[in-house]
Design a protein around this ligand. Structure first.
Ligand code: ATR
Length: 294
């Protein structure tokens, strides 16, 4: 990397904790490979300190921030402007400091998801999809599928009310999409999985204390005409993806989305295009073998 000088632009991540984040390595690798005079840092910001941190960053001339747990919702409320995706999700992962001093919030999670599908030759338009989960990860997935015009989306979550709330946020974005909230048991969910061209695990099952577990454990519902996607990016391949792969399904793990949402933020800050399958493969290799988390 070139030397740091007075022109070097600062980017960073605010969250708590940030010590295990992959983002600094990811962004600085792209910066290095692209010859940009930027650097990306991890800033631990406690709950209650977000507003001061963002306003302070603006005063210091920071060019952009990523936002992670636990600040994604509060950060959206601090923005002067929100992109349509951030408005729909009610959460941001990217702050852009505009030239006229405004705070603009965006959310690149959904784009990371849809771009990774495209790299696998899958376009959601007109497709039947099933999503497990209703948290922040699921919001990006569902927004992406709705925006890209999926024909139907079954939204399956342990807490149905949370899925209902997420579904209501998506109302009016693409009126043709059939979005149905479903419970996680008590009916023939297996059949619904079989009939879906895309099945996504957007729950946290498979990471942390549930490592080795799968949100769905009947591999007979997976088949070779499907893409099965797991947002979990640790302890790969996850049990969910192993079951799907054993049944012949094409699988995608969470590292692809993690990389692509990061590239999406970098594109918003720099105005340059970094997304390509070659860049994703390179970053996957660079980040691989490290058990850390975003
Ligand atoms: P994130 O922002 O990473 O999506 P989150 O907002 O905490 O995280 O959401 C976690 C998701 O995983 C939720 O959909 C959660 O289901 P509930 O809404 O019912 O809590 C789901 N989840 C977590 N542990 C689960 C488990 N053991 N079984 C089923 N679903 C689980």
């Amino acid at each position: 990397m070139d030397r740091i000088d007075t022109e070097t632009k600062v980017l960073g991540l605010v969250g708590d904790p940030v010590s295990e984040s992959l983002s600094p390595r990811l962004h600085n690798r792209v910066i290095e490979k692209s010859g940009l005079n930027y650097r990306y840092f991890a800033f631990p910001v406690r709950k209650g300190g977000l507003k001061q941190a963002i306003h302070g960053a603006r005063e210091l001339g920071v060019k952009g921030l990523n936002v992670t747990v636990p600040h994604k919702k509060e950060a959206a409320e601090l923005m002067d402007l929100l992109s349509p995706s951030a408005t729909a999700m009610g959460a941001i992962n990217t702050v852009i400091f505009t030239d006229d001093g405004k705070l603009k919030g965006d959310n690149t999670d959904w784009r990371g998801f849809t771009e990774s599908l495209k790299l696998h030759g899958f376009t959601p338009e007109g497709k039947s999809c099933l999503v497990f989960g209703a948290g922040g990860g699921a919001a990006g997935v569902v927004f992406g599928l709705v925006r890209e015009g999926a024909e139907r989306i079954d939204l399956v979550n342990r807490t149905e009310a949370k899925a209902g709330k997420l579904a209501r946020r998506m109302e009016g974005i693409s009126p043709g999409v059939k979005l149905e909230v479903r419970p996680i048991s008590g009916y023939d969910l297996g059949k619904r999985i079989e009939n879906s061209e895309l099945v996504v695990n957007a729950t946290s099952v498979g990471m942390g204390s549930t490592e080795g577990q799968s949100i769905w454990d009947d591999s007979s519902n997976f088949h070779s005409e499907q893409i099965v996607y797991d947002l979990v990016y640790q302890s790969l391949p996850t049990e969910f993806l192993e079951l799907a792969a054993a049944a012949g399904a094409e699988t995608i793990d969470g590292l692809a989305m993690l990389i692509l949402q990061g590239l999406g933020s970098l594109e918003l800050w720099t105005g340059r295009d970094f997304t390509s399958s070659r860049m994703v493969d390179e970053l996957r290799e660079y980040l691989g073998g490290d058990g850390s988390r975003e």
